[in-house]
Ligand binder design. Sequence first.
Ligand SMILES: C[S@@+](CC[C@H](N)C(=O)[O-])C[C@H]1O[C@@H](n2cnc3c(N)ncnc32)[C@H](O)[C@@H]1O
Length: 363
Amino acid sequence: MPQCQQQEPAAAAANKSNKKDPPLIQCADLILPWLTPLELANISSTCKTLSQISKSITLQRTLDASRFLENHLIPFLNPNNQHPYAYFLYTPSQLLPSQSPLRQPWGSQLDRDSLGRHHSGSACKLNESWEVLRGCDSELATPRRVMGESGKGVCGCDCEGCEEGGTGWEFWGLEEMGIMTECGPGCGCGLECSNRLTQRGVLVKLKIVRDGKKAWGLFAGQMICQGQFICEYAGELLTTEEARRRQQIYDELASSGQFSSALLVVREHLPSGKACLRINIDATRTGNVARFINHSCDGGNLTTVLVRHTGSLLPRLCFFASRNIKEGEELTFSYGEIRVRSKGLQCFCGSSCCFGTLPSEHT
Ligand SMILES: C[S@@+](CC[C@H](N)C(=O)[O-])C[C@H]1O[C@@H](n2cnc3c(N)ncnc32)[C@H](O)[C@@H]1O
């Protein structure tokens, strides 16, 4: 049958080109030829609508990295617009990997009302209690309970058990770290207690700006005074074994470029000096705004404080302004002093004392 023989190569060619198409296009190619003109027109307009919705979702996502879980919107700004936002799951506080969601909604117009106010439960409640507090004591915006060597601080409420002393802390090689104790699950007070400064989410305006060399960075969206609380370092709390496993994967991905990890290790040296407790917080997949804070060899403008809570075993790592910060300034801190990798990632902090490479440690 000469006709059949002639058609065979054309059919084979068509099949070959179909194989390259994504599955959805392949299905459409099977179904759409059967449709009436009206059905085809309906499909076409649905696709245009979906395209508009997905553009609107992208826009909404650039407006708030926190998925409406913080008190203020935290926008992404990228002057060259190639990457409008960074994709990660948002958590305002530490969680276990088993608590980390596989997916999280982000970018629905329904998240906000016509005035742009948040609908998300936790942030609203936090915001309300903060508004009440701010009216009566502006000092609440500063770390009143940062402790010295003695481990004693000024207690903001009558709860007992707040006067615990501190040991020595190390963070990525840093020997000096502030220690502070706040009320927690073991206290009778609630979020409105003045001794829960770091538990009300992000209270200063921030923005996330893209840079050609360092990728995203966290910037001040307002003037910030020395001592003001910025945010905690939130993410998944890992076992050391899991932290090492993930760090190996991250290192491999980073060596091929285009990947930033945000796995942070905090070490506590016990008074005996013989043992060391460590906390591994991974904000790479699930985290908060702190995952965008870049390194600066001069120490930057942030200081880290370990905050303990009455009745809670694990401390939280929190960032405070180490000096007055102007609106538009990048927020940075030192990742540490140790550089175990001779060929570490290049540092672009731009400070006069720049070491040239980013700090690196064995996890
Ligand atoms: C915790 S993340 C900070 C946010 C990151 N820039 C991003 O876009 O997600 C740490 C990573 O940021 C990059 N980074 C941080 N500080 C840097 C610096 N001073 N110079 C170059 N890259 C930096 C490195 O890739 C590092 O592994």
